[in-house]
Design a protein around this ligand. Structure first.
Ligand SMILES: [Zn+2]
Ligand SMILES: [Zn+2]
Length: 407
């Protein structure tokens, strides 16, 4: 559905007092031009600094607000890098335009030192996970904007639960761990809403369970000019409530800016979520265990299984792809990888390795990730494919429990 054009959104935000009224909308032409000479520069800098600290890019610092100080410039460059803009550290019209778009109120990053890859990871984990198979939900109030808000919230919950080994049923009691509500302005959780436009909703990481929509917005069961699709925001906020952070990938449901109707997760969202909530298998005392892995369209192109072997025991663990099936356009955009993803809940580095890109339909692939050897109680295998519409893969996760010590 049509989203308002950029200048329209800027006007929309201003007309409700979300920003200083003396600020002129930046011209759409010359997107990389630096705003250095305009009289409103100090206001723009102060506003950008406010944005950067609100969304995690800029920590506490002593410089005056109306100054593009080194801290603010560094934070600005980080914001620009995160969203694929030229990381100049200067206020370009393109940067200001992006900042003015409606979005989720949850910070994108955390200020200060970051792990090298965190800002470019297609998915990020924040907070913990829910420690149960079933996480029920309730809506504490309703919005006067809609009559079918419960259906829309149900649909968003069902979308995640059909794709994950976790159930999100409606509960309707105050015992439900996930609690949706509509809130206005400062509503007592340290993240006040800001009237129409700008911040639309926010949620808290596990195991908090609060998901809030800004009642100052116009909520609908579709996207459109000046209105927001509730199901899209509910899907996104549920992502946070289950433990996912923001993604810099535009196609992801966890992209922080609102882009109109987006009611299904992208495969990177599913890879993140399934990696957080693996299927669990208890291998008992078997010395040799093989579990099936299927990375299909229906599993979001990703299968993650944790095998519990007791112990800790000395063991060998390895994954193997047994078949790759072309579903559509099998080309070099496709990949397939199998990993020993976690050992006793510790991630083994942030990189997929042992995968392969494919040249042509039916070509052999080398998806063998190598053998992990060591002492462990639990091994998590992950099989994933890229472009799940085009390719699916079958594989196995294998464990051989050894007797005696690893020499
Ligand atoms: Zn968000
Ligand atoms: Zn809130």
């Amino acid at each position: 559905m049509a989203r308002g054009n950029e200048s329209g959104q800027w006007r929309h935000a201003r007309s409700h007092g979300a920003g200083p009224r003396s600020v002129h909308p930046p011209p759409d032409a010359q997107p990389n031009r630096t705003i250095a000479t305009e009289g409103d520069r100090d206001i723009l800098v102060a506003r950008a600094a406010g944005f950067l600290s609100r969304f995690g890019y800029l920590g506490e610092h002593d410089c005056p607000n109306d100054l593009l100080c080194p801290h603010t410039a560094t934070a600005l460059a980080r914001f620009q890098r995160y969203f694929g803009l030229a990381p100049t550290g200067t206020l370009t019209t393109e940067t200001l335009k992006l900042m003015s778009r409606p979005r989720c109120g949850v910070p994108d990053v955390e200020p200060g030192a970051v792990e090298a890859d965190e800002d470019t990871d297609p998915f990020t984990f924040r907070g913990g996970t829910w420690d149960r198979q079933q996480v029920s939900w309730v809506a504490l109030n309703r919005t006067p904007d809609m009559t079918d808000e419960m259906e829309q919230l149900t649909a968003a919950n069902d979308t995640w639960s059909t794709l994950l080994p976790i159930d999100l049923p409606y509960d309707g009691t105050l015992e439900a761990p996930l609690q949706f509500s509509w809130q206005v302005g400062d509503h007592g959780d340290g993240s006040p809403f800001d009237g129409p436009g700008r911040v639309l909703a926010h949620a808290f990481y596990p195991r908090d369970g609060r998901l809030h929509f800004d009642e100052a917005e116009n909520w609908r069961n579709h996207a459109g000019e000046g209105v927001y699709d509730l199901q899209t925001l509910a899907l996104h906020e549920l992502g946070h409530a289950l433990g996912l952070g923001h993604s810099p990938l535009r196609e992801a449901a966890m992209y922080p800016f609102y882009q109109g109707e987006r009611r299904t997760p992208h495969e990177v969202d599913l890879k993140g979520m399934r990696s957080r909530y693996p299927t669990r298998v208890d291998a008992g005392g078997d010395p040799f265990v093989t579990v099936p892995l299927y990375a299909l369209e229906s599993t979001g192109g990703c299968d993650v299984i944790t095998v519990h072997v007791g112990g800790p025991h000395p063991l060998l663990a390895w994954g193997q792809v047994t078949m790759v099936d072309s579903r559509g356009d099998l080309d070099r955009d496709n990949y397939c990888a199998v990993e020993v993803y976690e050992v006793d809940h510790e991630r083994r580095g942030g990189r997929v390795f042992g995968g392969d890109h494919f040249g042509a339909d039916g070509s052999p692939c080398n998806c063998y990730a190598g053998v992990w050897a060591g002492n462990a109680s639990e091994i998590t295998f992950r099989l994933s494919v890229g472009n799940r519409q085009d390719v699916e893969a079958f594989g196995t996760g294998n464990i051989m429990v050894l007797t005696g010590d690893l020499g």
